[in-house]
Design a protein around this ligand. Sequence first.
Ligand SMILES: Nc1ncnc2c1ncn2[C@@H]1O[C@H](COP(=O)(O)OP(=O)(O)OP(=O)(O)O)[C@@H](O)[C@H]1O
Length: 768
Amino acid sequence: MTTTIDLTHEGTVLVAMESTAYDPHHTVLPELSGLSSITSQNESVDGCEQQLRVFLRVRPFSKEELSNDEDQGCVVFESAETATLHAPKGSATMKSSEKGIGQPVHKFSFTKIFGPESTQAEFFDGTIKSQVQDFLHGKNALVFSYGVTNAGKTHTIQGMEYRTLMMVTLIMDITGSSKDPGILPRAFDTVFRHINGRLYDQMDLKPYLNSDVQKLDTDQLRMERSAKTALFSMLKEDSESTRTSRSRNSSSSSFNSLSFSGVSYDQTVDSAEGAVDDVQCVYSLWVAYYEIYNEQVYDLLQPVLSNRTKKRVALRLSEDSAGNSYVRELRWINIQNAEEASKILRVGNKNRSAAATKMNQSSSRSHSIFSIKLMRIDGADVQGISEAKNSYIPFRESKLTRLFQGVFCGRGRASMIVNINQCASTYDETLHVMKFSAVAKEVVQVIQPRSLESLAPRLLGRDGKPLLNNGVLASQAVDEYISDEELLDGDEEADMSILPQEELLNLVESLRAKLLAERKKNLMQEIQIRREMGDAMMQQIMEVEECHSRQMADLKESYEEKMDSTFEMYKEALKEHAYQCALEKLEEEYVPLDERVNELEQKQHGSASVYQQENSTQTDQPSTEGTDSERFKLLYKEKCAVEQVCAEKQELIGSLEKRIHELNETLQEAGDSYMEKLAEVQSLQNRLNYQEQETEHLQRELAERSLELRGVKEDLAKLTHDSIGQSRPKRGLLVNIKESMSTPSSGNLCRTIRKSVRTTSSLRKNPN
Ligand SMILES: Nc1ncnc2c1ncn2[C@@H]1O[C@H](COP(=O)(O)OP(=O)(O)OP(=O)(O)O)[C@@H](O)[C@H]1O
């Protein structure tokens, strides 16, 4: 069976591919991701293993692209196998590299590189011709092209552009011929040359299920014929409209003139190989054309209904009794010559283009698949159609890999064609494509034709050595094979479903044991962490308490000091008050010195006049003279004494006034400092309240941690008990793997630890 796939990747897929480049084991082209981690590309199994062949095809610039300055030397061919990509100015890659992220130059190697000047014939001969010959000898083949839009996939696979006449003209300009078939028509040509004259001209033996044959009865045969006629009549309508449009466009090229029969290339090998075939054999050739779009399979040989509201009918993928996948109710059409094959291709292309327009498909991805089945009919037997039946575990839920699991697992060969253009404006997309191809090269096929058992792929480590020894999985090998991330990440788990059942079971058991051990280890770590957290919190609480006590003592001391100083201040104020009172009293009693002197003088004058009167009445008495002089002296003495007292009082008043001034100043200062201290006392009181609250909070946390610690210990005890006494119910392998891999308690642990760390850090930040 030859299958040609045109993988059209645009828009969103290119974005997804970026992550592919960073993480090759979780490649986002899901169809191939499961395969990439199976084996390394350099391994060799029994000497007949072969890696996926990856060919690079670089298309030439169009005239328009050259005039738009698209040629900026982005793609440089180092050798027949190696090319380097140089980021042009303004590309995202260049901008990133200027910021120090990533490189402006990337190197890629391929099985073989075909430059812009390579012809279709050179390309076919150098790539899949040998695969077509293997196919004629009963081996499966898979070819898929991959590239951004406008990279040359259609040209490579089909060799013609069916959508517009302009494109056909363009090809004619480049090749100088309207017949420049791609690998698909060349493959047909090879097949028909090989069959030459040995074509089974009936169509009563039809492919059935994956690789069986159904003998059609008369009614079924009639239906088959009319279906084929109806299918080709769709092209007649197409030709009519093409003719009309051709006359409108006055182009010299024509779709109807496309024929693959006139292509000439070396057929000596074919003829030689044909000679060894049994000449009694006849061949029947059947084709199908379908696409996988958004994980839905659509038959491209079913007409697309023009009614916008009517959806295309999606086909289902089924498995035959041997577990091989096939598309249910897919239309297989018998073809008798290369021209009929070309018609089928055109009908499918037409339907595909109609569906794409209807669904506005340009921004999505679709894989179109052209499939050919060759039946070798030997007498009454049909040989060569069936793939060897063996029990395969179904591939993961990707339609593409499910369909081609046989080829990917070694029952055939696969080739990938990477199509790129060299335009500077699409450099970033092209780089993604190249990166993806590097990842896809990791896909390795193992061809083991000896026995049915040996057809099952073996589980190999990254070093190429088998992981299982007598059915026992080496734990070190598992470590290397599946990382912890892969083990614990349920959504992105490695695709193990391609392994034989027994190996898978052993793997599951080993992984379960490993998971259990991991969980135990995690629990122990959790307990340890909790204990450490508890100790750390206890330590912290004690430190906080000590800090509080110190602060309380400091506060007390400072309060005492303040109380002392306040007491002193009041004492001083009281003294000053008493002094003030005394001063006031003194002032009240104070008589100015002049008044006092006047008073004394009046007193003295009054005494003198009394003395004179007495003296005039007693002039005859001489003894009174001595008495007066004595009295005067006495008065004088009295006056001096009074004056001295007055001076003393005056001095006292001056000193008192000075003292009052000083006391006023002191009082003012004391008032200010009192206000300051009062504010300080208030803030200290607030701090004290806050720290008391913190202490309470920490004590509550500690109580909670203790409770949780007790719960974890109980869990551990339960798990230990479970691991000894119980085994899981075998409800389904994948369900068990998923369940085993989920670690529900780790989330709680992380939350708890995060919470604790938050609390701790907030405490650290906020010690006051
Ligand atoms: N090797 C080549 N030599 C000459 N012209 C080519 C070559 N490859 C592609 N072209 C031309 O480049 C243009 C784009 O090619 P093509 O349509 O095959 O791209 P594509 O990848 O199929 O695009 P899309 O995904 O949009 O369908 C076409 O005009 C085609 O004829």
